[in-house]
Design a protein around this ligand. Structure first.
Ligand code: ZN
Length: 525
C-alpha cells in the first residue's frame, strides 16, 4: 500500500478540540500519524513512502454535506442558465449554442424572466422551434411556477391529451407552449421519469465532479429513489465514486414499499462500505416557509388564513418512523414549522432515538418550550445555514414575535445535540464557504431584515467548521471514519488558499479550495 507524508502545512486536524499540526502520514486510504513534519518524514522514510511538501499551505478535513439531492443537483448542473437574459433573441442564441452539448433526451434551461426581455412579451413554442425543432425543450421561468416548451416538448409532455390544467392559449385558442403550475409540474415529472439509470449515472458524475471542486468529500443523499441508488451502485461497482455517499431512501417508490424491501433483505443502518452506505429513510413532516406549507402552530403573519399543513398524516408518519426504527434503520425527517417539529418529537419520544441517532432535517422554527424536549430526546439535526440569506423575507411569514425562533443554531449547539451542516443542494449553493459565511454572519452584510432579531444565534468560525466536518460525520454515524485527520480516519482533506481562522468574517465566502483529496488520493484538480 502506498505511503505518503504531507509535511510543512498549517493543518487543522480537528476543530473541536482545535488541533493544529504540521504533518501527517497516509497509509493506503487512512491517516496513520498526525503531528510534526519531522516525525512524518521519519515514518514515511521508514516505509519507503512519498513526501509531499505543502509549502506552508492550510489544510483541513474535507467538508461533509449531510443533506443534499444528488440527482436534482446533477440536473441543475446540466441545465442551461438563462438568468439575466435580456431578450428573446439572446435566449434563442444561448439555446442554440447549448443544444448540441446536451446529452439528454430533453434539453433543459432555467432562469428566464420576461420582465427583462426587450421584446416585452412571453417567449412561446414557435420561438423555441426556430432554434431546436427536433428535440423536446423545457425552459423554466426564474420563479419555477411557469415554463415554456417547444412544439416537440408540448407533444411529449402530453399535457393536452391528459387535460392537465395550466396550458396557456393565444386568442385563437392555440397552446402557446407556456405552461403554468400543474402542467409544468406534470412535464417536469415526465422528464424525470424518462431518465434512465445511465442518465442518472451521468448526472451523478457531473454532480460529484462539481462537489470535489468545492471541497466536499462526503454527502448525505436525503432522499434517494431506487433509480438513483441503482446509478450509485453502478458507479460503486466500477470504482467511479469519487466522493462518499450516505444514503437515505424514500420509504415508498412508485409501487414499491421500500421499507418492506429493506426489511426483507435485512439491510440495516451502515450497510455498504466507506464509499457507499445505506443509512436509512427520509420522510417529510411538512413543506416550506416560502410556499407557506411549513406547518406552524399559529397562522402565518402574512396570511392568517393558513398555518401550513402536514405533508403526511401525522399518525402515518409516526407509524413509519416506528417501522423504520424497528428495522434498524436511521430516520431523517424534514420538519420546518414548529408544529411539524412537535409531531416528529412525539414520534421520536416513543422510540429510542439515542440508540439510532434519528435526524431532524432543517428544524427551522423552534419554540422555547420545545428546547427542553429536544435536550431530552437528543435527535441529530442537519442545518442549512444558507437558508438565513435566501429566506430574507421570513419575518413577513413569522412576524416580530416568532422571528426569534428562526434558525436557532447557537441555542441548538448549547443543548449539546449532534449538529451537522448541509446545503439541501440544489436548493442552496454547494460551496461550503457560502454556508460557513452564512452561519457566522447571519446576513449582517446582506441586508437580511431579521439580522438584528437573531444575531445572537451567530456561530464562531471554529464551531461552524466543526459542524461541517465532524458534526456532519456524527449525524451520519461516520465519526469513526470521517470528520478529522486523526490516526485511523480516512484521509479526506482539502487545501485552501487562506487560513479561515484568521481572515475577517466578511471574507469567509471568498475562501478558495485549491486541492481536494479523498482517501489520500487527489481528486481535484
Ligand atoms: Zn432536501
Amino acid at each position: 500500500m502506498e505511503v505518503k507524508a504531507f509535511i510543512n502545512g498549517k493543518i487543522y486536524s480537528s476543530f473541536k478540540p482545535l488541533r493544529v499540526i504540521s504533518g501527517f502520514v497516509v497509509y493506503g486510504d487512512r491517516v496513520i500519524y498526525s503531528g510534526s513534519s519531522e516525525k512524518a518524514v521519519e515514518i514515511a522514510r521508514g516505509l519507503n513512502g512519498l513526501i509531499i511538501d505543502l509549502g506552508g499551505r492550510v489544510v483541513m478535513p474535507g467538508f461533509i454535506d449531510s443533506h443534499l439531492h444528488i440527482d436534482t443537483l446533477g440536473i441543475a448542473l446540466n441545465t442551461l442558465d438563462l438568468r439575466g437574459v435580456g431578450s428573446i433573441r439572446e435566449l434563442k442564441d444561448k439555446l442554440k449554442a447549448y443544444s448540441s452539448k446536451s446529452r439528454f433526451k430533453w434539453i433543459m434551461g432555467h432562469g428566464w424572466d420576461h420582465e427583462l426581455f426587450e421584446e416585452k412579451r412571453w417567449p412561446n413554442r414557435w420561438d423555441i422551434d426556430e432554434v431546436v425543432p427536433d428535440k423536446p425543450v423545457l425552459l423554466t421561468r426564474i420563479c419555477l411556477h411557469a415554463g415554456v416548451v417547444n412544439t416537440r416538448g408540448l407533444r411529449e409532455s402530453r399535457v393536452l391529451e391528459e387535460n392537465i390544467p395550466g396550458v396557456q392559449r393565444d386568442e385563437r385558442g392555440e397552446p402557446t407552449g407556456v405552461l403554468f403550475e400543474a402542467a409544468l409540474k406534470h412535464t417536469r415529472e415526465k422528464i424525470k421519469a424518462e431518465l434512465s439509470t445511465s442518465d442518472y449515472v451521468d448526472l451523478i458524475k457531473t454532480a460529484q465532479e462539481h462537489l470535489v471542486s468545492q471541497g466536499v468529500t462526503t454527502v448525505g443523499v436525503a432522499g434517494c429513489s431506487l433509480k438513483v441508488l441503482k446509478a450509485l451502485t453502478a458507479l460503486w461497482a466500477r470504482g467511479e465514486l469519487k466522493i462518499r455517499f450516505r444514503v437515505y431512501l424514500y420509504p415508498r417508490d412508485g409501487e414499491v414499499d421500500v421499507l418492506e424491501l429493506l426489511g426483507r433483505m435485512g439491510v440495516k443502518k451502515g450497510f455498504g462500505d466507506e464509499y457507499l452506505r445505506i443509512m436509512g429513510v427520509k420522510l417529510f413532516a411538512d413543506g416550506s416557509l416560502g410556499s407557506r406549507t411549513a406547518w406552524l402552530t399559529k397562522p402565518y403573519s402574512d396570511d392568517p388564513s393558513t398555518r401550513g399543513e402536514p405533508s403526511m398524516d401525522p399518525e402515518e408518519l409516526k407509524k413509519t418512523i416506528k417501522r423504520a426504527h424497528d428495522l434498524g434503520l436511521q430516520v431523517a425527517v424534514h420538519a420546518i414549522g414548529d408544529r411539524a417539529l412537535d409531531t416528529v418529537l412525539e414520534a421520536y419520544s416513543i422510540v429510542r432515538v439515542d440508540k439510532m441517532r434519528h435526524r431532524v432535517e432543517h428544524a427551522s422554527v423552534i419554540r422555547d418550550d420545545q428546547l427542553e424536549l429536544l435536550k431530552k430526546i437528543k435527535p441529530a439535526i442537519s442545518l442549512q445555514p444558507h437558508f438565513i440569506i435566501t429566506d430574507w423575507w421570513a419575518k413577513n411569514r413569522l412576524g416580530v414575535e416568532r422571528i426569534k425562533w428562526l434558525y436557532r443554531f447557537k441555542t441548538l449547539l448549547e443543548l449539546e445535540l449532534t449538529i451537522g451542516f448541509s446545503t439541501d443542494a440544489p436548493v442552496e449553493p454547494t460551496n461550503p464557504w457560502e454556508t460557513i459565511y452564512a452561519a457566522v454572519t447571519r446576513g449582517k452584510y446582506d441586508g437580511v431584515p431579521y439580522y438584528e432579531d437573531t444575531k445572537g444565534e451567530s456561530l464562531g468560525v471554529v464551531d461552524a467548521l466543526h459542524a461541517y466536518t465532524m458534526g456532519s460525520a456524527s449525524v451520519m454515524w461516520s465519526e469513526g471514519e470521517l470528520g478529522t485527520l486523526e490516526p485511523g480516519k480516512l484521509a479526506d482533506f482539502i487545501v485552501v488558499d487562506v487560513d479561515p481562522l484568521t481572515i475577517p468574517e466578511g471574507d469567509l465566502r471568498r475562501v478558495r479550495v485549491l486541492e481536494t483529496y479523498v482517501g489520500g488520493v487527489r481528486v481535484y484538480p
